[in-house]
Design a protein around this ligand. Structure first.
Ligand SMILES: C[S@@+](CC[C@H](N)C(=O)[O-])C[C@H]1O[C@@H](n2cnc3c(N)ncnc32)[C@H](O)[C@@H]1O
Length: 250
């Protein structure tokens, strides 16, 4: 069995987030706000990859959400018609995802399965199983020496010709200033010690790992936020949060 990515301190940190993933709808947090761009990005990429029309839905598409956290992305992806398997290595976080699904989004219960599992162990049992693998805001929390293996496992879990969509934070002064200084120390919207400059992932590094794992890059886009982080939109600038859509070579 392969060893797992997910350095212990990182997972411990997220276990302490218990109960903090979902903020009230009238005061959503950054991850909830980012769904406004993440979900259409992922939906459009998969529709294009599956040769479906732009107005179609993702009915019957199997998506792995690697590092699903409290299920903020998984739930909205399930609303597109897809079947979601969400995995995370933090036990308390998976419990929060399961509780939210049961209590707040019961109508999605048949569309989402959450598992406490590493990507490596899940991939070994589910090689090439998924139409798409998504990992959003996860690799910037992993030990830098483990990111390449994490990306490789994501690619191995997807079918040949399947979509791999990864969103993360670029390694720039701008990203560090906004996320660490701004969000963790100044506004305190994010718990201290969540992000570290040395873990942020340069776009070219991620693109290189995807290509080395046997993918062709389709396109990438940046995210832009307003000052108070109440709105999020696309940007051509990849200096902060960004998304990469790649396809596994056949
Ligand atoms: C910021 S949260 C993102 C949650 C979710 N993807 C979203 O966007 O709403 C990062 C999550 O990644 C998980 N994580 C970190 N390293 C991981 C690893 N190696 N394997 C699986 N999950 C991991 C953490 O436990 C945490 O729940």
């Amino acid at each position: 069995m392969m060893s797992s990515t997910g350095e212990e301190n990182g997972i411990k940190h997220f276990n302490k987030w218990l109960g903090s993933f979902w903020w009230p709808e009238d005061r959503p947090n950054g991850l909830q706000i980012m769904n406004k761009v993440r979900v259409p990005f992922i939906k459009e990429a998969i529709l294009e990859n599956e040769n479906r029309g732009p107005n179609d839905n993702l009915q019957g598409i199997k998506i792995l959400d690697a590092g699903c956290g409290g299920g903020i992305l998984a739930e909205d992806l399930a609303r597109t018609g897809a079947q979601i398997v969400g995995i995370d290595m933090a036990e308390e976080v998976i419990k929060e995802a399961q509780t939210h699904l049961k209590l707040k989004s019961k109508e999605l219960e048949s569309s989402i399965t959450y598992k406490l599992e590493s990507i490596e162990s899940h991939q070994e049992k589910n090689n090439g199983k998924y139409d798409a693998v998504v990992s959003s805001e996860v690799i910037e929390h992993i030990d830098v020496n483990e990111v390449e293996d994490f990306v490789k496992s994501c690619v191995e879990a997807v079918k040949p010709g399947g979509a791999v969509i990864i969103t993360t934070v670029n390694k720039t002064f701008f990203a560090w200033w906004n996320l660490v200084v701004g969000a963790e120390y100044w506004s305190k919207r994010i718990p201290k010690g969540t992000h570290f400059y040395n873990r942020m992932v340069p776009a070219q590094t991620l693109i290189g790992y995807l290509e080395k794992s046997g993918c062709t890059i389709k396109y990438s886009k940046g995210f832009a936020f307003d000052f108070n982080v109440t709105r999020c939109d696309w940007s051509d600038n990849l200096d902060y949060f960004y998304a990469v859509f790649a396809v596994k070579n056949k």
